[in-house]
Design a protein around this ligand. Structure first.
Ligand SMILES: [Zn+2]
Ligand SMILES: [Zn+2]
Length: 351
């Protein structure tokens, strides 16, 4: 099979690899669509991966091609996606069903081979059926959509009418904003430094999207909340300015959620820390998503059902579609930011 294989930092090659063989309890999936995640860019170009050689890619959908021993509930050609975290099943976190916190996990596309390839091998317990009517491209966005939903849930639930600010209007930020709207937010305020991203946010119906480099966060928020500040602020970018922006935006009793992977140390002005204390702001971390091996109503099921009901507008988030052959150039474009990109989808099935 053709695969994009990472051999070291900034050493990505399109190569022929053997098609993986599904062992007992495993499923072989022909990859139709695989999204490029923000985390893939440092993995490929700057920080590196846990092991080499590695096939990246963890946001995917595809067709069941072959089932290993003991898997008898998926037919050939079934449309599927997958939870990319392979939990150990033995550690204290797994015992409590908190797979995202597994102490001894593997991860498709970061610790073991992922889906920037024609085929990927996945344990059956990680595989989910894509509901009818949901396109494979949209299904490939189940992972970031679940991550976005989880972040909002980490805020401790959203009561109808609450005001939410999202810092970072990339694909995940816009998914958080959509979940906030679906959950009954009174207002959703977005901040980004890229004018194109704000423009897309407005096209999606978010009238309050502001260029964070041209406006003062708290001023904007004060104007829109009668000086009260927001109830929930979500850092979907992970840069120092977005974290401080969240704390500035949050009102009394506000909740701040850390979602974007941190890109640098943050130096906090004492005055802002003092405000955080006075306003009794809660800061919570968010990591991955809640997945249930037994198919209970976890965040992934909510995502897939919302996709089927067209409650999430995910197609407009796709800015580029490329074949495996064109993917290295596209990944570099994302890294070097020579073009504004939103969700980039690699289509290995097309070559
Ligand atoms: Zn991802
Ligand atoms: Zn575990």
């Amino acid at each position: 099979m053709r695969a994009l294989v990472l051999h070291g930092i900034d050493d990505l090659r399109l190569e022929d690899m053997p098609v993986p063989e599904p062992g007992p309890g495993e499923v072989l999936i022909q990859v139709v669509a695989c999204g490029v995640c923000g985390s893939d860019i440092p993995r490929i170009f700057t920080k590196g991966a846990h092991r080499y050689p590695l096939i990246c890619g963890h946001e995917f959908s595809g067709l069941v091609t072959e089932c290993g021993e003991g898997v008898d509930d998926l037919e050939k050609g079934a449309h599927v996606t997958a939870f990319p975290l392979l939990w150990c099943g033995k550690c204290p976190s797994c015992e409590r069903g908190r797979y995202a916190q597994c102490l001894d996990y593997d991860y498709l596309g970061s610790r073991c081979h992922g889906a920037f390839a024609e085929y990927v091998k996945v344990p059956r317990r990680n595989v989910l059926r894509v509901p009818e009517g949901v396109s494979m491209e949209v299904a490939a966005m189940a992972e970031p959509a679940a991550v976005a939903l989880h972040a909002l849930r980490r805020a401790g639930g959203l009561s109808a009418g609450e005001v939410v600010a999202v810092f970072g209007a990339g694909p995940v930020g816009l998914m958080v904003a959509q979940w906030a709207e679906i959950s009954g937010a009174g207002k959703v305020i977005l901040f980004d430094v890229a004018p194109d991203k704000c423009a897309l946010a407005r096209q999606l119906g978010f009238r309050y999207c502001f260029n964070a480099s041209e406006t003062l966060t708290r001023e904007v928020v004060d104007n829109l909340t009668d000086g009260l500040g927001v109830d929930i602020a979500i850092d979907a970018a992970g840069v120092p300015d977005t974290l401080t922006g969240c704390l500035e935006a949050a009102g009394i009793g506000g909740r701040v959620v850390l979602l974007g992977n941190p890109s640098a140390d943050v130096l906090m002005p004492a005055s802002l820390l003092s405000q955080t204390m006075r306003r009794e702001i809660s800061i919570v971390g968010s990591w991955n998503s809640v997945y249930s091996a037994s198919g209970n109503r976890d965040e992934w099921q909510v995502v897939l059902q919302s996709m089927a009901a067209s409650a999430l507008l995910l197609n407009p988030l796709i800015s580029h579609r490329v074949t495996l052959a064109h993917a290295p150039g596209m990944l570099r474009t994302v890294y070097e930011k020579t073009q504004t990109t939103m969700k980039v989808i690699i289509q290995p099935i097309l070559g």
